[in-house]
Design a protein around this ligand. Structure first.
Ligand code: CO8
Length: 256
């Protein structure tokens, strides 16, 4: 059904694997549409509680497809609002875990940063090398990278185009968990399974609350959190979660 990605469901986890090995998973228009379509389908499924987004061992994704972009003009990009479609991925409510192996450059780094939890190893290479092409990041990199690692490192990366390995990226706050190379995918799946085992409603709201920290002031964010916290007391999962604790048993959440 898809040409540039593979999809499968493992338990309650939807897995999307970028699959353009000859182009190091460069993100052309078709790949963007397929990733967003697959993720949207998983997001809508009551059977899926978390999504894993993965690439290959050599490259999570080596960026937007330079060959596809090379001939674009200002007006053609403006008319099609080039890459705005990716915004749909960040609007999805199901938590996304990125298994980031190898190169995550340009749009690849930006795609990883659209995920909620990033798993990488010391061999993962993050970078925003657009400056070497005479452009700048265009899928949110100048904004999300700066929020993740701060101005000092973001400026360094965006202005010089240098790569940051997984160790530095974890230290800087870009990576959630630094693991052995071979463990990136298994651990990403394990994290996704753990998330998918929780109350789906609570995990979606938790994602919204953490994301609110990026979008608003502290006072507004804390108010959003408090009201959302209050609202969870209207759910069956809160009753079940707390009853299970009191009765010393595992909670049986509704997953919807
Ligand atoms: N686009 C298209 N093709 C690519 C890309 C890419 N981003 N990256 C690699 N490829 C292709 C190569 O052209 C090559 O194809 P072929 O065999 O047909 O020549 C194949 O993948 C293998 O690549 P290499 O031979 O170069 O492999 P190496 O192991 O020697 O090098 C690198 C790996 C270092 C990752 C190297 O491929 C590289 O530097 N790639 C480009 C990285 C880059 O500059 N990324 C940023 C792209 S720009 C961007 O992402 C902007 C995002 C926002 C745009 C928003 C617009 C509005």
């Amino acid at each position: 059904m898809y040409e540039n990605i593979l999809t499968e469901t493992r338990g309650r986890v939807g897995v999307i694997t970028l699959n353009r090995p000859k182009a190091l998973n460069a993100l052309n228009e078709a790949t963007m549409r397929e990733v967003v379509a697959a993720a949207t389908e998983f997001d809508a499924s009551p059977e899926v509680g978390a999504i894993v987004l993965a690439g290959s061992e050599k490259a999570f994704a080596a960026g937007a497809d330079i060959k596809e972009m090379a001939q674009q003009s200002y007006t053609s990009m403006y008319a099609s609002d080039w890459f705005a479609h990716w915004d749909r991925l960040t609007a999805l409510r199901t938590p996304i875990v990125a298994a980031v192996r190898g190169y995550a450059l340009g749009g690849g780094c930006e795609l990883a940063m659209m995920a909620d939890v990033l798993v990488a190893s010391e061999n993962t290479k993050f970078g925003q090398p657009e400056i070497n092409l005479g452009i700048i990041p265009g899928m949110g990199g100048s904004q999300r990278l700066t929020r993740a690692v701060g101005k000092a490192k973001a400026m360094d990366m965006v202005l010089t185009g240098r790569m940051m390995d997984g160790v530095e990226a974890e230290r800087a706050g870009l990576v959630s968990r630094l693991v052995d190379d071979k463990q990136i995918l298994p651990i990403a799946l394990e994290i996704a399974e753990t998330i998918a085992g929780k109350s789906k409603h609570a995990s979606q709201v938790a994602k919204e609350a953490v994301n609110a920290a990026f979008e608003t002031t502290l006072t507004q964010g804390v108010l959003f959190e408090r009201r959302t916290f209050h609202s969870l007391f209207a759910t069956e999962d809160q009753k079940e979660g707390m009853a299970a604790f009191v009765e010393k048993r595992k909670a049986d959440f509704k997953h919807r």
